[in-house]
Design a protein around this ligand. Structure first.
Ligand code: F6P
Length: 326
């Protein structure tokens, strides 16, 4: 196995708050350990186009507190083709980069997995997505910040919902996973959460409205995970409006505000730990693994496991949400 002297760092796919904290940690940990760092701008697209700049310690000064990614990110259709990936590989070789740290979600790790196999190129992934939908880690960078944004937004909605005795359907992101809806609901004291991996039929909404709504409270909030198949908050709100015309129903789609903002302390800390662990992994000779945190310990998870399947939702959490919102 050849010695690694220079690493490349790239953020790909959708951004997540805390990515900058991870970029800072990877850069500084690499330099501390005597490695050169080259930053790839604009995700995998930048790798294909050779958008690469050498980083020094000061290149990542004053970024730990900002959301987004200073390296920018963009989807790359070309990286899905063998030809595109070959161009990316050639650029890395030309720059003298002999290992890659990729920061992103499932699409990013999927791309890294194919690239690493195709060119026998050492890659380490750091999980960063607000959706928290990767296996092999208790949490991903950006998830906690997004949860806090949801909680603060729902707190505000609750004020006006209570004044007007309204039923609000609040749609949150999740990319087919329900972690933001469920845990955002728990944090904000929502009365119901509709998550894709747990069947919530209209009858359950019926049950909720007849048994719970306005029996003891002046307002109700239902958190809905965005879901192209069902139509999300809009669909459920319309259904309730048709069936219960006397109810005063409103919809709020929080949208991309969930992807922005200063990362929470939790996200900055895990980003710093994972960034440092990514360099330790390379120095130890690990290849093609995602850095995870399980039970507060750093773990290294093969790419295949990280993106293997939809991470399961703990149904008992929904029971708790129901029990504590009576
Ligand atoms: O993966 C993060 C995420 O914010 C998802 O929750 C959401 O479905 C998607 O990205 C939105 O992507 P875009 O920014 O392309 O609208």
């Amino acid at each position: 196995m050849s010695e690694i002297k220079c690493i490349g760092i790239v953020t790909s796919g959708n951004d997540a708050p805390g990515m900058n904290s991870a970029i800072r940690s990877v850069t500084r940990s690499a330099i501390y350990n005597g490695l050169k760092v080259k930053a790839v701008y604009h995700g995998y697209k930048g790798m294909i186009e050779g958008d690469i700049v050498e980083f020094q310690t000061q290149s990542v000064s004053n970024i730990i507190q900002y959301g987004g990614t200073i390296l920018k990110s963009s989807p790359s259709k070309d990286f899905k083709s063998e030809e595109g990936r070959k161009m990316a590989y050639e650029n890395l070789v030309k720059e003298g980069i002999d290992a890659l740290v990729v920061i992103g979600g499932d699409g990013t790790i999927h791309g890294a997995r194919i690239f690493a196999q195709e060119f026998d190129f050492p890659c380490i992934a750091i999980p960063a997505t607000i959706d928290n939908n990767l296996c092999g880690t208790d949490t991903t960078i950006g998830y906690d910040t997004a949860l806090n944004t949801i909680m603060e937004t729902v707190d505000k909605i609750r004020d006006t919902a209570t004044s007007h005795e309204r039923l609000f359907f609040v749609e949150v992101m999740g990319d087919g996973a329900g972690f933001l809806a469920l845990n955002g609901g728990l944090a904000a004291g929502a009365e119901e959460a509709i998550v894709p991996t747990i069947e919530v039929e209209e009858e359950q909404l019926d049950h909720f409205i007849q048994k719970g709504f306005r029996k003891t409270k002046g307002s109700s909030i239902v958190l809905v995970a965005a879901n192209e198949k069902t139509g999300g908050a809009m669909h459920y709100a319309e259904w309730v409006k048709n069936k219960y015309p006397s109810l005063d129903v409103r919809i709020c789609i929080i949208g991309h505000a969930q992807r922005g903002g200063h990362p929470t302390a939790h996200d900055r800390i895990i980003a710093s730990r994972m960034g440092s662990a990514s360099i330790q992994a390379l120095l130890k000779g690990l290849r093609n693994v995602m850095v995870g945190i399980e039970n507060d310990e750093i773990v290294y998870v093969p790419f295949s496991r990280a993106i293997k399947e939809d991470r399961a939702i703990d149904r008992s959490m929904l029971d708790i949400l129901h029990n504590v919102s009576i």
